[in-house]
Design a protein. Structure first.
Length: 239
């Protein structure tokens, strides 16, 4: 079964826009679990413009499902936070410091030595590691030699082509990448721009998919459909 991890960054963005603690991101994490989410994802950034580092600590104390922390592992502050909190999974993303949102995967050939070193730091602490990659066979092959447990396929190009009506073209490189990853013994996650329209088709073409992390689209849908209903609808696309 493919797990749904709900990214609650956008709830923190709304809170931060007015100050105070409304909406409460810790309560959102609790409720997402109650409403059927298989996990909670957060992506703290150095400027703390949405999820704050203290949010991560607070959520870690109440989590009953799986906790996934995404972020830029070139920041020592991020490394220290992950080692302190010890989530079930850390997802390493090659973000620039001022980046609006993630927009590419790791060059696992160019950064091979660095990834081996940083992945070993987290794995030695008992944390499962996933690294963000594009659906490129060479990048998948090089990811397998870094020591990572999983890859997270960056699905923005899939979502873009799917929206243009090019469903088969959109899914093909991801299916090939997933087949290669499976053959190399890697687990497979996916995320970015996945929504109620394109999620089921991706799942059909990557049956070995372990987990998807979805935030922006799910929170947008929740404004109209309700938080619990949105989570259940996304889970239905994965069943």
């Amino acid at each position: 079964m493919t797990k749904l991890s709900v990214n609650i960054n956008k709830i923190a963005t709304l809170r931060n826009s007015r100050g105070g603690n409304n909406p409460d991101v810790v309560k959102a994490a609790i409720d997402a679990q109650l409403f059927g989410a298989d996990g909670i994802t957060v992506h703290p950034r150095p400027d703390e413009r949405h999820i704050r580092y203290q949010d991560v600590r607070d959520i870690s104390r109440i989590i009953k499902t799986e906790f996934n922390i995404e972020g830029n592992c070139t920041e020592q502050k991020f490394i220290d936070l992950v080692l302190e909190v010890k989530p079930h999974q850390v997802t390493l993303v090659p973000d620039a410091l001022d980046q609006l949102t993630s927009d590419h995967g790791w060059d696992t050939l160019k950064h091979q030595d660095y990834l081996k070193d940083i992945i070993s730091v987290f794995k030695n602490a008992g944390i499962r590691v996933s690294i963000f990659v594009d659906p490129v066979i060479e990048m998948i092959e090089a990811a397998a030699t870094t020591g990572t447990d999983r890859i997270e396929l960056y699905t923005a190009s899939y979502a873009h082509l799917y929206a243009e009506g090019e469903q088969e073209k959109a899914a093909a490189p991801y299916a090939r990448a997933a087949e290669k990853a499976t053959a190399l013994g890697l687990g497979i996650n996916a995320g970015h721009d996945l929504d109620l329209h394109n999620l089921k088709y991706l799942k059909q073409h990557i049956p070995q998919l372990d987990e998807v992390s979805i935030g922006h689209a799910l929170i947008c849908d929740a404004l109209y459909l309700g938080f619990e209903n949105a989570i259940q609808l996304y889970k239905r696309q994965l069943s």
